[in-house]
Design a protein. Structure first.
Length: 259
């Protein structure tokens, strides 16, 4: 079950099937995609300026729900290419800053959901990695790309070959995610950060989101990246938030951004 609520500019999307560790079947993936579509529509109307993804229960998401799947007839490519990949693209391209709070097991497609999110905060004792060596399968949902990009080739293959899992604290220390926190503080701290982002200069945040993705995907060097920044700044300087930010700084007050 997937639920979404909108309050004070924040869309909170919840994986809510704790009895099965929020594992995702085809219907759950479709429902999650619809939740992001609905939130994106609200963002286009200015009602959503940040998004938080989280899971209920003991885990964020244990991966694909394989209950009832017959391995001899399973079409993994259709599941991944037809359902998972389009969802991850939709998440990556969401038109506002996105955050996730991850605890417990974060595996398979559940790990992919996190990797497609802008900023991920994790419980120190959360678990990440590639357990697929025990299943005769391999890491999916973009895991090879993200792991190689952030952890390097040797660490990536070490995790894949051994099926060992990283703790949240280790995942942050090795550069996979942003911050690790005590499990009991994770959700409250993340909600506070997301609420602050939602009243920030979200137009400028989206510009940075696009710049980071373009610089990464095109492997831009310093001077080409700087040209991209210059062009984006030229566009932003015509916005209301740009003017408000400057005036607030000059007047020594807090800015009131509209996004």
């Amino acid at each position: 079950m997937i639920s979404v609520s909108i309050s004070n500019g924040v869309a909170e999307v919840v994986l809510d099937a704790p009895h099965k560790l929020n594992s995702l079947n085809e219907q759950a993936l479709a429902d999650l995609g619809q939740a992001y579509d609905d939130a994106a529509d609200a963002a286009s109307r200015g009602e959503v300026r940040a998004l938080l993804l989280r899971g209920e229960g003991r885990a964020f998401c244990a991966g694909r729900d394989i209950s009832g799947v017959t391995p001899e007839s399973d079409d993994a490519e259709a599941y991944l290419g037809g359902l998972v990949q389009p969802l991850l693209k939709k998440m990556s391209n969401f038109p506002a800053p996105t955050f996730a709070a991850a605890h417990g097991a974060c595996l398979g497609v559940g790990l992919g959901l996190l990797l497609a999110t802008d900023v991920v905060y994790v419980a120190e004792n959360a678990k990440f990695g590639s357990p697929f060596a025990k299943l005769g399968a391999t890491l999916d949902s973009g895991g090879h790309w993200y792991f190689t990009e952030r952890l390097g080739m040797h660490r990536t293959l070490d995790l894949i070959y051994t099926a060992e899992l990283m703790s949240g604290a280790d995942a942050v220390a090795q550069g996979l995610f942003s911050r690790a926190m005590p499990a009991g503080e994770l959700l409250a701290n993340t909600r506070a950060i997301v609420a602050k982002a939602a009243v920030g200069a979200t137009g400028a945040f989206n510009a940075s989101k696009e710049l980071v993705a373009h610089i990464r995907d095109q492997r831009l060097g310093l001077w080409d990246a700087m040209e991209e920044e210059n062009a984006e700044q030229a566009r932003l300087c015509k916005s209301n938030d740009y003017a408000e930010g400057f005036r607030a700084f000059q007047e020594k007050r807090e800015p009131k951004f509209t996004g």
